[in-house]
Ligand binder design. Structure first.
Ligand SMILES: Nc1ncnc2c1ncn2[C@@H]1O[C@H](COP(=O)(O)OP(=O)(O)OP(=O)(O)O)[C@@H](O)[C@H]1O
Ligand SMILES: [Mg+2]
Length: 328
């Protein structure tokens, strides 16, 4: 057999081998990833959280890459709940920093227990301790009030740190937050620098009251959650209100889908659907009718104009949802 033929054969064989090996490695890494994804999905489902692929992937990647997960979306779609279910699934504590206008670094990090310090000074008036000694005691850990960020950094096990509604805090606070999220250390002048022993899993939520800075976005994994599909909401309702009548659950979720398409001041979220489902079930109601909807619309809508507008469109809404009913 000519030598060049053998060489070509060898080359083909090597190419084939490399190709197979590459495909095998790719497949097995995909398999691993899929298994991990399935694990995260199971973990969230077991805590009663109904997911879709984008949520599972984001939670998985945020945990895998140890990056904060920034979740944006309208009110009541399950942003905060993700942090809660993550904490229960990981069997760790949830530490929550609720943001609001005027929130500043001390309220998020630590404060000195001023009253206790005063009391200590009063009780120690007669002691022969030097000023330095007293000062050392006064600014020691016993008088330190740990606020959420310091709590998260010093926690014995990696907690889930929920920085809720970050868009309500001022921009300066956001820059300060960035520092903490990048270094995971906090310097207390009187005590020294405290480095995180276990990096927390961080979930940051925003309702887009204010645009979040590019710098914070870049540092996070991003997840957008919007209003649920009919199927997703039905699963949530069935999961959270298991005793609900099947037909009523269908009608409620169908009704919510249609209501959300209307021009409203405040579009209801999943929280409102669940409240409505629970309220109607506790009243032993098994289907919607005009009177029931009119009497309980205040659970779903929180604005009088929205309520009036919806009441005016009830026949149309019922028709779309398929509620067969005499409306007068
Ligand atoms: N995917 C889901 N699976 C199960 N329950 C859910 C899901 N999404 C939302 N819920 C339920 O809906 C309610 C509202 O969720 P949550 O408080 O997390 O909303 P949010 O997006 O943080 O709202 P807000 O912007 O008003 O703070 C909770 O009771 C939660 O249990
Ligand atoms: Mg929330």
């Amino acid at each position: 057999m000519p030598a060049f033929y053998l060489q070509t054969q060898q080359k083909h064989f090597i190419q084939l081998y490399v190709g197979f090996k590459y495909a095998y490695l790719k497949l097995s890494s995909q398999n691993m990833e899929n298994k991990e994804l399935a694990k995260v999905q199971k973990m969230l489902h077991e805590q009663g959280y109904i997911t879709e692929d984008s949520i599972v992937m984001s939670v998985f990647l945020a945990m895998q890459l140890n990056k904060p997960l920034l979740i944006e979306g309208p009110a009541g779609v399950g942003k905060t709940e993700i942090a809660k279910v993550m904490a229960s699934a990981l069997e760790t504590d949830l530490i929550r920093l609720q943001c609001y206008e005027g929130l500043d670094a001390p309220q998020a990090l630590y404060e000195w227990n001023y009253q206790r310090q005063l009391l200590y000074l009063k009780m120690d008036e007669q002691s022969s301790k030097s000023v330095e000694e007293k000062e050392q005691t006064l600014f020691g850990e016993n008088f330190l009030l740990k606020r959420p960020l310091l709590q998260a950094i010093t926690h014995h096990k990696a907690p889930v740190l929920l920085i809720d509604e970050v868009d309500r805090a001022d921009e300066e606070f956001e820059s300060f937050l960035l520092e903490v999220l990048s270094d995971w250390q906090i310097t207390i002048p009187e005590i020294g620098t405290i480095q995180a022993t276990h990096k927390p899993y961080v979930v940051v939520t925003s309702n887009r009251v204010r645009e979040i800075s590019e710098a914070l976005r870049r540092r996070c994994m991003y997840l957008w959650i919007t209003y649920p599909t009919f199927e997703k909401e039905l699963n949530i309702v069935r999961g959270k209100v298991p005793q609900i009548d099947a037909k009523l659950a269908d009608q409620i979720c169908g009704f919510m889908q249609e209501v959300r398409k209307m021009r409203l001041q405040k579009i209801p979220g999943i929280a409102e659907t669940l409240d409505w489902a629970m309220a109607l079930t506790s009243l032993h109601i098994d289907h919607l009718d005009k009177k029931i909807v009119e009497d309980t619309l205040g659970i779903v809508l929180k604005d009088w104009q929205d309520i009036r507008h919806t009441q005016d469109s009830l026949s149309e809404l019922f028709e779309k949802v398929g509620v067969i009913q005499k409306l007068s």
